[in-house]
Write a protein that binds this ligand. Structure first.
Ligand code: SF4
Ligand code: SF4
Length: 134
């Protein structure tokens, strides 16, 4: 979302027009691309655990979760901003924020404290180091 002119704050017409031109140029730069890169820090749903309670649909500020195959929730990667709210609220613990699975966080804390991690990070809930399902 881009803001300009008085939507941004009180300003003169000349300043508003200059901002509007700059915003149009920024928007055109985005729209001109065939593909956009998205963050790797996004949430994913374990369908086997999902109880279809729709809590994640209600709380996501970016409307990323949607009802998919067999009434299980899927998260649209391009919309997810990786805030982690859905992962924290999911009553079935079906959602994991990539790179922030519980064992990964614990392993990071162990690393900071100089202790050996209890489980290899690669084995965390079927998720590889790259974040891809294995
Ligand atoms: S909050 Fe969890 S259990 Fe409920 S619909 Fe979303 S993923 Fe499924
Ligand atoms: S991590 Fe945040 S932005 Fe992504 S689906 Fe969950 S609530 Fe929405």
């Amino acid at each position: 979302m881009f803001l300009c002119g008085t939507a941004h704050g009180p300003k003169h017409i000349g300043e508003s027009l200059a901002q509007a031109r700059a915003v149009a140029a920024r928007a055109a730069a985005v729209l001109a691309k065939d593909r956009l890169r998205v963050s790797a820090q996004i949430s994913w749903v374990d369908r086997e655990r999902c109880a279809a309670c729709l809590t994640c649909l209600r709380i996501c500020p970016y409307l990323a979760p949607r009802v998919g195959v067999e009434h299980r929730v899927e998260i649209e990667p391009a919309r997810c901003m990786g805030c982690g709210s859905c992962a924290a609220e999911c009553p079935a613990s079906a959602i994991t924020l990539r790179h922030y699975a519980p064992n990964q966080v614990l392993a990071a804390i162990d690393g900071l404290l100089g202790a050996e991690p209890e489980l290899p990070v690669d084995k965390v809930r079927g998720q590889g180091r790259s974040g891809a399902h294995v």
